[in-house]
Design a protein around this ligand. Structure first.
Ligand code: ADP
Length: 295
């Protein structure tokens, strides 16, 4: 075992013992290098129990506390399965999140229909305060400001689009011409989007965050949740593809989507696209420009 691996075993051991007591022994570790900035490991104990631990170098303060709150919030709705949280903390100056491990299963025949029904159930959770959340959380490595607003469109413009736009302008990725086009679009948005009441959404719903549990059904991981537009969530699922048509049919049968949704998809996806511009670079900018130019 290399010194680095040994150090990682000791690090994981300490977390396990902190949460489960000293008589627990780690049998096996399986590391995940998801390409993101977080590291993750699936831990198997001698008694066969399994846990999943994520950590980073401590440069995104509060990220895992927020992720734990996100998981608990979705879990409390009893609408869709998420891993239960064992705890968060700081070990060797690294922040971590320890949770239930979800072993991967094979998709059951009703996977997509069940998923669509459960997501509709999640989205039926709304908030009296309107759109927002009680705390700041993260989408990937980008902070999400969630200051409540009764007006969903105002929330979407201010805390989703304008917030990311400001960062991209600051980083000189977006010039004055594109900024001006965004401002024109913001004026039009109230006539382009249905100002629905807020829905609790997962917030980062691409296929990588939709796991298949041992029952063959959906378990969601890595939420960036808030009370917002459910259409934004559905639009997000189309960004990288992979969701079956029966998922959308089941969703719509349980919580019908307003007419014209397909034309609105690009508008909602400006948010994740701007996040991608900020986190991963200007390769995503042509897609942003194309959408802004078309309205
Ligand atoms: P990141 O925040 O770095 O994007 P994710 O939470 O998306 O990390 O996890 C990366 C991958 O690890 C997921 O795509 C999934 O395959 C796996 N994973 C995440 N959470 C669990 C879990 N609780 N149990 C088992 N595997 C998990």
């Amino acid at each position: 075992m290399s010194t680095e691996t040994q150090a990682q075993y000791q690090f994981i051991d300490k977390i396990i013992q902190h949460h489960l007591g000293e008589n627990t022994e780690v049998k096996d570790l399986e590391f995940f290098y998801g390409g993101n900035f977080n590291l993750a490991v699936r831990v198997q104990l001698k008694n066969a129990d399994e846990y999943f631990i994520k950590w980073n170098q401590g440069d995104h303060q509060g990220l895992f506390d927020a992720e734990a709150k996100n998981l608990d919030l979705i879990g409390k709705t009893s609408s869709i399965s998420v891993p239960s949280v064992m705890g968060t903390g700081t070990m060797e100056e690294k922040e971590y999140l320890m949770m239930e491990c979800i072993p991967s299963g094979e998709k059951a025949a009703n996977y997509w229909v069940d998923f669509g029904e459960k997501l509709a159930r999640l989205h039926k959770n709304t908030a009296e305060n309107g759109h927002g959340l009680d705390y700041t959380n993260y989408i990937g490595a980008a902070p999400q400001i969630n200051t409540w607003n009764q007006n969903g469109i105002a929330f979407f413009i201010e805390h989703r689009l304008r917030n990311q736009l400001a960062r991209a302008i600051y980083d000189r990725k977006i010039d004055a011409e594109l900024e001006a086009k965004f401002e024109t679009l913001f004026e039009k948005l109230p006539s382009l989007l249905p100002n629905e009441k807020s829905a609790l959404i997962h917030g980062d719903l691409w296929s990588g965050n939709a796991m298949t549990n041992p029952q063959g059904l959906i378990t969601l991981v890595d939420p960036a949740c808030y009370y917002g537009f459910r259409e934004a969530e559905l639009a997000f699922t189309t960004m990288f593809g992979g969701f079956d048509e029966s998922f959308y049919e089941a969703y719509n049968a349980n919580f019908p989507i307003e007419k014209g949704f397909h034309e609105r998809i690009p508008l909602y996806n400006l948010y994740p696209l701007l996040v991608h511009v900020n986190l991963f670079g200007e390769g995503y900018l042509p897609a942003v420009k194309k959408i802004v130019d078309s309205y």
